[in-house]
Design a protein around this ligand. Structure first.
Ligand code: UDP
Ligand code: MG
Length: 316
Protein backbone atom coordinates (compact mmCIF):
# COMPACT_ATOMS: atom_id res chain seq x y z
CA UNK A 1 0.00 0.00 0.00
CA UNK A 2 1.45 3.33 -1.02
CA UNK A 3 1.39 5.87 1.75
CA UNK A 4 -0.54 9.12 1.77
CA UNK A 5 1.82 11.98 2.60
CA UNK A 6 0.75 15.51 3.47
CA UNK A 7 3.06 18.47 3.22
CA UNK A 8 1.94 20.99 5.82
CA UNK A 9 2.94 24.60 5.23
CA UNK A 10 1.94 27.45 7.55
CA UNK A 11 1.62 30.74 5.67
CA UNK A 12 1.37 34.26 7.00
CA UNK A 13 1.42 37.01 4.36
CA UNK A 14 3.29 34.87 1.88
CA UNK A 15 1.76 36.06 -1.40
CA UNK A 16 5.21 36.74 -2.87
CA UNK A 17 6.48 33.20 -2.36
CA UNK A 18 3.39 31.01 -2.74
CA UNK A 19 3.31 30.79 -6.55
CA UNK A 20 6.91 29.56 -6.64
CA UNK A 21 6.61 27.34 -3.55
CA UNK A 22 3.48 25.65 -4.88
CA UNK A 23 5.09 25.11 -8.29
CA UNK A 24 8.18 23.45 -6.80
CA UNK A 25 6.23 21.32 -4.34
CA UNK A 26 3.77 20.16 -6.97
CA UNK A 27 6.64 19.08 -9.21
CA UNK A 28 8.25 17.13 -6.38
CA UNK A 29 4.99 15.43 -5.40
CA UNK A 30 4.26 14.45 -9.00
CA UNK A 31 7.75 12.98 -9.26
CA UNK A 32 7.25 10.94 -6.10
CA UNK A 33 3.86 9.68 -7.25
CA UNK A 34 5.38 8.67 -10.58
CA UNK A 35 8.16 6.81 -8.79
CA UNK A 36 5.47 4.99 -6.82
CA UNK A 37 6.89 6.24 -3.53
CA UNK A 38 3.71 7.90 -2.33
CA UNK A 39 -0.01 7.56 -2.99
CA UNK A 40 -1.67 9.86 -5.51
CA UNK A 41 -4.01 10.86 -2.68
CA UNK A 42 -1.12 12.79 -1.11
CA UNK A 43 -1.67 16.50 -0.55
CA UNK A 44 0.11 19.82 -0.28
CA UNK A 45 -1.71 21.56 2.57
CA UNK A 46 -1.30 25.29 3.02
CA UNK A 47 -2.46 26.67 6.35
CA UNK A 48 -3.42 30.32 6.09
CA UNK A 49 -2.61 31.86 9.46
CA UNK A 50 -4.91 34.88 9.22
CA UNK A 51 -2.88 36.60 6.50
CA UNK A 52 -3.75 40.18 5.64
CA UNK A 53 -2.65 39.91 2.02
CA UNK A 54 -3.74 37.73 -0.90
CA UNK A 55 -2.44 34.46 0.55
CA UNK A 56 -5.85 32.79 1.00
CA UNK A 57 -7.02 33.77 -2.51
CA UNK A 58 -3.88 32.20 -3.97
CA UNK A 59 -4.47 29.01 -1.97
CA UNK A 60 -8.13 28.87 -3.08
CA UNK A 61 -7.08 29.25 -6.72
CA UNK A 62 -4.47 26.52 -6.40
CA UNK A 63 -7.05 24.18 -4.87
CA UNK A 64 -9.60 24.87 -7.58
CA UNK A 65 -7.10 24.15 -10.35
CA UNK A 66 -5.58 21.10 -8.72
CA UNK A 67 -7.13 19.17 -5.82
CA UNK A 68 -3.65 18.07 -4.74
CA UNK A 69 -3.60 21.46 -3.03
CA UNK A 70 -5.51 21.56 0.19
CA UNK A 71 -6.30 24.77 2.05
CA UNK A 72 -6.86 25.27 5.76
CA UNK A 73 -8.02 28.73 6.69
CA UNK A 74 -7.62 29.78 10.32
CA UNK A 75 -10.08 32.27 11.73
CA UNK A 76 -7.27 34.37 13.25
CA UNK A 77 -3.53 34.84 13.17
CA UNK A 78 -2.36 32.35 15.78
CA UNK A 79 1.36 32.31 15.12
CA UNK A 80 3.62 29.84 13.39
CA UNK A 81 3.45 27.06 16.03
CA UNK A 82 -0.33 27.00 16.27
CA UNK A 83 -0.79 27.28 12.52
CA UNK A 84 1.53 24.34 12.10
CA UNK A 85 -0.37 22.41 14.74
CA UNK A 86 -3.68 23.13 12.98
CA UNK A 87 -2.21 21.70 9.79
CA UNK A 88 -0.76 18.64 11.49
CA UNK A 89 -3.97 17.87 13.37
CA UNK A 90 -5.91 18.02 10.11
CA UNK A 91 -3.31 15.87 8.34
CA UNK A 92 -3.59 13.28 11.12
CA UNK A 93 -7.13 12.43 10.00
CA UNK A 94 -6.24 11.91 6.33
CA UNK A 95 -2.56 11.08 5.94
CA UNK A 96 -0.17 8.29 6.90
CA UNK A 97 2.53 10.88 7.55
CA UNK A 98 2.94 14.64 7.42
CA UNK A 99 5.99 16.73 6.62
CA UNK A 100 6.02 20.28 7.98
CA UNK A 101 7.97 22.99 6.21
CA UNK A 102 8.10 26.76 5.79
CA UNK A 103 6.48 28.57 2.93
CA UNK A 104 9.54 30.62 2.02
CA UNK A 105 11.60 27.74 0.50
CA UNK A 106 14.28 28.14 3.18
CA UNK A 107 13.90 24.46 3.97
CA UNK A 108 15.45 22.64 1.03
CA UNK A 109 12.54 20.92 -0.68
CA UNK A 110 15.00 18.64 -2.49
CA UNK A 111 15.27 16.38 0.59
CA UNK A 112 11.55 15.60 0.84
CA UNK A 113 12.25 12.30 -0.90
CA UNK A 114 14.80 11.36 1.79
CA UNK A 115 12.20 12.02 4.49
CA UNK A 116 9.81 9.68 2.70
CA UNK A 117 12.48 6.99 2.21
CA UNK A 118 13.19 7.00 5.95
CA UNK A 119 9.46 6.87 6.68
CA UNK A 120 9.08 3.92 4.34
CA UNK A 121 11.93 2.24 6.24
CA UNK A 122 9.72 2.45 9.31
CA UNK A 123 10.84 5.60 11.10
CA UNK A 124 8.10 7.51 12.89
CA UNK A 125 9.78 10.88 13.27
CA UNK A 126 12.39 12.23 10.87
CA UNK A 127 14.08 15.52 11.79
CA UNK A 128 15.49 17.90 9.22
CA UNK A 129 18.78 19.28 10.51
CA UNK A 130 20.65 22.17 8.91
CA UNK A 131 24.09 21.19 7.79
CA UNK A 132 25.20 24.81 7.41
CA UNK A 133 23.91 28.20 8.31
CA UNK A 134 25.96 29.97 5.68
CA UNK A 135 22.96 31.82 4.26
CA UNK A 136 21.81 33.20 7.61
CA UNK A 137 23.14 36.57 8.68
CA UNK A 138 25.89 36.53 11.32
CA UNK A 139 23.36 38.04 13.69
CA UNK A 140 20.72 35.35 13.10
CA UNK A 141 23.36 32.63 13.33
CA UNK A 142 24.80 33.81 16.64
CA UNK A 143 21.39 34.48 18.20
CA UNK A 144 20.24 31.04 17.07
CA UNK A 145 23.28 29.42 18.63
CA UNK A 146 22.77 31.35 21.85
CA UNK A 147 19.17 30.13 21.73
CA UNK A 148 20.09 26.44 21.57
CA UNK A 149 22.70 26.90 24.34
CA UNK A 150 20.24 28.72 26.56
CA UNK A 151 17.59 26.06 25.95
CA UNK A 152 19.99 23.36 26.99
CA UNK A 153 21.18 25.17 30.12
CA UNK A 154 17.57 25.88 31.05
CA UNK A 155 16.60 22.24 30.81
CA UNK A 156 14.64 22.21 27.55
CA UNK A 157 16.46 19.75 25.36
CA UNK A 158 15.98 20.38 21.68
CA UNK A 159 17.81 19.01 18.69
CA UNK A 160 20.50 21.48 17.62
CA UNK A 161 19.85 23.19 14.26
CA UNK A 162 16.51 21.50 13.79
CA UNK A 163 13.68 23.94 13.19
CA UNK A 164 10.25 22.67 12.29
CA UNK A 165 11.17 20.82 9.11
CA UNK A 166 10.22 17.27 10.03
CA UNK A 167 8.19 14.22 9.14
CA UNK A 168 5.78 12.67 11.60
CA UNK A 169 3.91 9.41 11.09
CA UNK A 170 0.22 9.06 11.84
CA UNK A 171 0.87 7.48 15.23
CA UNK A 172 3.42 10.18 16.13
CA UNK A 173 0.76 12.76 15.22
CA UNK A 174 -1.74 10.90 17.36
CA UNK A 175 0.81 11.08 20.17
CA UNK A 176 1.21 14.79 19.61
CA UNK A 177 -2.56 15.24 19.80
CA UNK A 178 -2.46 14.02 23.39
CA UNK A 179 -0.37 17.04 24.46
CA UNK A 180 -3.16 19.46 25.16
CA UNK A 181 -1.13 22.42 26.36
CA UNK A 182 -2.02 25.81 24.98
CA UNK A 183 1.60 26.97 24.82
CA UNK A 184 2.77 24.18 22.63
CA UNK A 185 6.46 24.28 21.78
CA UNK A 186 6.71 21.65 19.07
CA UNK A 187 10.50 21.29 19.07
CA UNK A 188 10.47 20.47 22.76
CA UNK A 189 7.39 18.22 22.66
CA UNK A 190 8.09 16.04 19.62
CA UNK A 191 11.22 14.42 21.14
CA UNK A 192 9.07 13.53 24.18
CA UNK A 193 6.65 11.48 22.09
CA UNK A 194 9.25 8.77 21.53
CA UNK A 195 9.21 6.21 18.68
CA UNK A 196 12.06 5.55 16.32
CA UNK A 197 13.62 8.68 14.87
CA UNK A 198 16.11 9.59 12.19
CA UNK A 199 17.74 12.68 10.75
CA UNK A 200 17.95 14.18 7.28
CA UNK A 201 20.59 16.86 6.66
CA UNK A 202 19.82 19.80 4.42
CA UNK A 203 21.15 23.18 3.41
CA UNK A 204 19.21 26.14 4.65
CA UNK A 205 18.53 28.54 1.78
CA UNK A 206 17.83 32.19 1.79
CA UNK A 207 14.21 33.30 1.98
CA UNK A 208 12.87 33.17 -1.56
CA UNK A 209 10.97 36.46 -1.29
CA UNK A 210 9.13 38.56 1.25
CA UNK A 211 10.49 39.13 4.72
CA UNK A 212 11.02 37.16 7.92
CA UNK A 213 8.07 37.09 10.30
CA UNK A 214 10.42 36.40 13.17
CA UNK A 215 12.00 39.69 14.17
CA UNK A 216 14.22 39.73 17.27
CA UNK A 217 11.32 40.56 19.58
CA UNK A 218 9.34 37.52 18.43
CA UNK A 219 12.44 35.34 18.60
CA UNK A 220 12.99 36.35 22.22
CA UNK A 221 9.43 35.58 23.22
CA UNK A 222 9.71 32.28 21.32
CA UNK A 223 12.79 31.45 23.42
CA UNK A 224 11.03 32.38 26.67
CA UNK A 225 7.98 30.33 25.64
CA UNK A 226 10.17 27.40 24.73
CA UNK A 227 11.97 27.41 28.05
CA UNK A 228 8.97 27.97 30.27
CA UNK A 229 6.89 25.37 28.50
CA UNK A 230 9.54 22.67 28.82
CA UNK A 231 11.22 23.28 32.15
CA UNK A 232 10.94 24.83 35.63
CA UNK A 233 14.68 25.31 35.93
CA UNK A 234 14.45 29.15 35.99
CA UNK A 235 12.36 28.90 39.18
CA UNK A 236 14.94 26.60 40.77
CA UNK A 237 17.62 29.09 39.78
CA UNK A 238 15.82 31.74 41.84
CA UNK A 239 16.19 29.48 44.88
CA UNK A 240 19.92 29.12 44.26
CA UNK A 241 20.24 32.85 43.69
CA UNK A 242 18.39 33.58 46.94
CA UNK A 243 20.69 31.21 48.81
CA UNK A 244 23.75 32.88 47.31
CA UNK A 245 22.60 36.40 48.16
CA UNK A 246 21.73 35.31 51.70
CA UNK A 247 25.19 33.78 52.15
CA UNK A 248 26.86 36.95 50.90
CA UNK A 249 24.82 39.03 53.34
CA UNK A 250 25.87 36.79 56.25
CA UNK A 251 29.53 37.13 55.24
CA UNK A 252 29.10 40.90 55.07
CA UNK A 253 27.42 40.91 58.45
CA UNK A 254 30.32 39.05 60.04
CA UNK A 255 32.84 41.34 58.34
CA UNK A 256 31.15 44.53 59.55
CA UNK A 257 30.77 43.07 63.03
CA UNK A 258 34.51 42.45 63.22
CA UNK A 259 35.26 45.96 61.88
CA UNK A 260 32.92 47.41 64.52
CA UNK A 261 34.45 45.35 67.31
CA UNK A 262 37.87 46.65 66.27
CA UNK A 263 36.56 50.11 67.03
CA UNK A 264 36.00 51.50 63.50
CA UNK A 265 32.85 53.19 62.28
CA UNK A 266 31.15 51.40 59.41
CA UNK A 267 30.12 53.69 56.56
CA UNK A 268 26.40 53.06 56.32
CA UNK A 269 25.19 54.89 53.25
CA UNK A 270 27.09 52.93 50.60
CA UNK A 271 26.25 49.50 51.92
CA UNK A 272 22.57 50.37 52.35
CA UNK A 273 22.15 51.78 48.88
CA UNK A 274 24.01 48.93 47.22
CA UNK A 275 22.02 46.26 49.05
CA UNK A 276 18.78 48.12 48.43
CA UNK A 277 19.27 48.24 44.66
CA UNK A 278 20.85 44.81 44.51
CA UNK A 279 18.19 43.00 46.45
CA UNK A 280 15.44 45.12 44.85
CA UNK A 281 16.65 44.11 41.41
CA UNK A 282 16.85 40.45 42.34
CA UNK A 283 13.35 40.48 43.80
CA UNK A 284 11.93 42.11 40.68
CA UNK A 285 13.74 39.62 38.46
CA UNK A 286 12.46 36.70 40.53
CA UNK A 287 8.95 38.07 40.49
CA UNK A 288 9.22 38.38 36.73
CA UNK A 289 10.24 34.75 36.34
CA UNK A 290 7.54 33.51 38.70
CA UNK A 291 5.07 35.79 36.95
CA UNK A 292 5.97 34.22 33.62
CA UNK A 293 4.95 30.83 35.00
CA UNK A 294 1.83 32.18 36.71
CA UNK A 295 0.83 33.67 33.36
CA UNK A 296 1.39 30.30 31.71
CA UNK A 297 -0.76 28.55 34.32
CA UNK A 298 -3.47 31.16 33.80
CA UNK A 299 -3.48 30.58 30.05
CA UNK A 300 -3.40 26.81 30.47
CA UNK A 301 -6.30 26.51 32.94
CA UNK A 302 -8.57 28.41 30.59
CA UNK A 303 -8.03 25.71 27.97
CA UNK A 304 -8.80 28.07 25.13
CA UNK A 305 -8.67 26.53 21.68
CA UNK A 306 -5.25 26.71 20.07
CA UNK A 307 -6.72 27.38 16.67
CA UNK A 308 -10.08 27.59 14.99
CA UNK A 309 -10.41 26.34 11.44
CA UNK A 310 -12.70 28.62 9.48
CA UNK A 311 -12.61 26.56 6.30
CA UNK A 312 -11.06 23.39 4.93
CA UNK A 313 -10.62 23.04 1.17
CA UNK A 314 -10.23 19.33 0.55
CA UNK A 315 -11.10 17.12 -2.37
CA UNK A 316 -10.16 13.45 -2.58
N1 UDP B 1 4.27 32.04 9.96
C1 UDP B 1 2.95 31.80 10.36
N2 UDP B 1 2.37 32.64 11.26
C2 UDP B 1 3.04 33.70 11.84
C3 UDP B 1 4.40 33.90 11.44
C4 UDP B 1 4.98 33.05 10.51
O1 UDP B 1 2.31 30.87 9.89
O2 UDP B 1 2.46 34.41 12.65
C5 UDP B 1 4.90 31.12 8.97
C6 UDP B 1 5.54 31.83 7.77
O3 UDP B 1 4.60 32.08 6.77
C7 UDP B 1 6.60 30.82 7.35
C8 UDP B 1 6.99 30.17 8.66
O4 UDP B 1 5.95 30.44 9.59
O5 UDP B 1 6.07 29.83 6.50
C9 UDP B 1 8.33 30.67 9.18
O6 UDP B 1 8.32 32.06 9.25
P1 UDP B 1 9.53 32.96 8.73
O7 UDP B 1 10.08 32.40 7.46
O8 UDP B 1 9.07 34.37 8.68
O9 UDP B 1 10.58 32.77 9.91
P2 UDP B 1 12.19 32.65 9.79
O10 UDP B 1 12.47 31.63 8.72
O11 UDP B 1 12.66 33.99 9.41
O12 UDP B 1 12.62 32.21 11.14
MG1 MG C 1 11.83 31.66 6.88
Amino acid sequence: MKKIIWLVIPCYNEQEVLPETSRQLEEIMRGLIKKDKISDKSKIAFVNDGSKDNTWNIITDLHEKNPMFTGINLAHNKGHQNALLAGLMTAKDYADAAISLDADLQDDVGVIEQFIDKFNEGKDVVYGVRSTRATDTVFKRSTAHAFYKLMKVMGADTLQDHADYRLMSKRALEGLAKYKEVNLFLRGIVPMIGYETDVVYYERHERFAGESKYPLKKMLSFAVDGITSCSVKPIRMITSLGTLVFTVSIVMLIYFLIVWLLGHTVQGWTTIVISLWGIGGLILLSLGIIGEYVGKIYMEVKERPRFIIEKLLYKE
